[in-house]
Design a protein around this ligand. Structure first.
Ligand SMILES: *Cc1c(COP(=O)(O)O)cnc(C)c1O
Length: 402
């Protein structure tokens, strides 16, 4: 038995199988490379699902976390500490507006805070939340209630929340759904778990206008798209709009768990004393990590790297012209390779055997969300290997059919 198989046996006996059985057991990483417990190496093209923005064991992250854990690892929110204030100031500064931050420990929790903020600001007379079909906002009960994927939501109903789902990207449907009974619209600028599906140009602007007209709040979930993933600090900045509430997590901590709910303008004051809380929220170590992520993105020009390497990856994949690939979606280092038929799982498995970690985000799409530090040479190594990966996948699929 391999070390991976031994660990999988123990995992199967001790861990709830909510993720099924993972095919890889990782031991360590450096830069964009990770090694499994049997010593095989992989180019990490998924980055812990758009989390490991600085790759693995980045010296800036190691230094910041080590220093903070050796100084003050935890405070609770009975007291304050400077790292948390500094991070809030930096995030609001990147938005170029005024606002206030509530720190949480995950994406779902950031959205729960947004949900409570909306309730507090709008009251019971506006019970309806509008959200998109195919959206993903997290697995806790509030975040799940506004998640537009029936197969993961319906088994856990009822939620006690009145949600109106609209087809993502359909401006007229959104405008029709947002009325005087509507408290807020929850949107991702680009569906992440839904398969890296960007909103059509003008969609967010139309959502902003519909919210303004109806007196609803616009909540943008940038948990996956934010912190440089698309080559901008925040994906919505490309559309030149300002949301009322912005939620962040994934890439923010570079691998340490942290989430943020930012109330912009008036929304920054909707939640008051006693309205919300989290024992670990804004933990000093997580905040130190996030500050190191922001510093490194700025210092090393990683927004430009993200835009340049992302464009090269997308163009390189399209140029292969393989019959299994119908196109490439997404922006920056956040791409979906759209496939003919349900080839996603086969392609991800074949890529793994070839030394690349990718993710079958949908049955017919493979997601790439590598560290923002990935080099052109690393991206090129995947482009060079992809024809062989696709050919091997089509053999696997043909075998399954016969
Ligand atoms: C991952 C994700 C979440 C949930 O974040 P967790 O940290 O897993 O709770 C919410 N919204 C979006 C857009 C996400 O990609």
């Amino acid at each position: 038995m391999s070390a991976t198989e031994l660990l999988q046996d123990r995992y199967g006996a001790s861990i709830m199988l909510t993720y099924g059985m993972p095919p890889v057991a990782l031991a360590r990483g450096s830069g964009c490379t990770v090694w499994d417990v049997d010593g095989n190496s992989y180019l990490d093209l998924i980055g812990g699902i758009a989390v490991s923005a600085l790759g693995h064991a980045h010296p800036a992250l190691v230094e910041a976390v080590t220093r903070q854990v050796g100084t003050l690892a935890h405070t609770s929110n009975l007291v304050l500490h400077e790292r948390q204030v500094e991070l809030a100031e930096r995030l609001v500064g990147l938005l170029g507006t005024d606002g206030r931050v509530f720190f949480a420990n995950s994406g779902a929790e950031a959205n729960e805070a947004a949900f409570k903020l909306v309730r507090r600001a709008q009251g019971a007379e506006r019970p309806v939340i509008v959200a998109a079909e195919g959206s993903f906002h997290g697995r806790t009960m509030g975040a799940l209630a506004v998640t537009g994927k029936e197969s993961i939501r319906e088994p856990f109903a009822p939620f006690g929340v009145d949600v109106r789902f609209v087809p993502f990207g359909d401006t007229a449907a959104l405008e029709n759904a947002v009325g005087p009974d509507c408290a807020a619209v929850f949107l991702e600028p680009c569906l992440g778990e839904g398969g890296v599906v960007p909103a059509p140009a003008g969609y967010l602007k139309a959502a902003r206008a519909a919210c303004d007209e109806a007196g609803a709040l616009l909540v943008l979930d940038e948990i996956q798209s934010g912190i440089g993933r698309t080559g901008e600090w925040f994906a919505h900045q490309r559309e030149d709009i300002t949301p009322d509430v912005l939620t962040l997590a994934k890439g923010l901590g570079g691998g340490l768990p942290i989430g943020a709910c930012i109330g912009i303008g008036k929304s920054g004051s909707a939640l008051g004393k006693g309205d919300h809380g989290s024992t670990f929220g804004g933990n000093p170590v997580a905040c130190a990590a996030a500050l190191a992520v922001l510093d490194t993105i700025e210092r090393d020009g990683l927004l430009d790297n993200t835009a340049a390497v992302g464009a090269r990856l997308a163009a390189g994949i399209e140029a292969i012209g393989h019959s299994m690939v119908t196109g490439v979606r997404g922006t920056g280092l956040w791409l979906a390779i759209a496939l003919t038929g349900k080839a996603g799982t086969a392609v991800a498995a074949t890529a793994q055997r070839a030394g690349f970690l990718v993710n079958a985000v949908q049955p017919d799409a493979v997601r790439l969300a590598p560290p923002l530090i990935i080099s052109q040479a690393e991206a090129d190594s995947f482009i060079a290997a992809l024809p062989g990966i696709l050919d091997a996948s089509s053999v696997v699929l043909a075998g399954q059919e016969s």
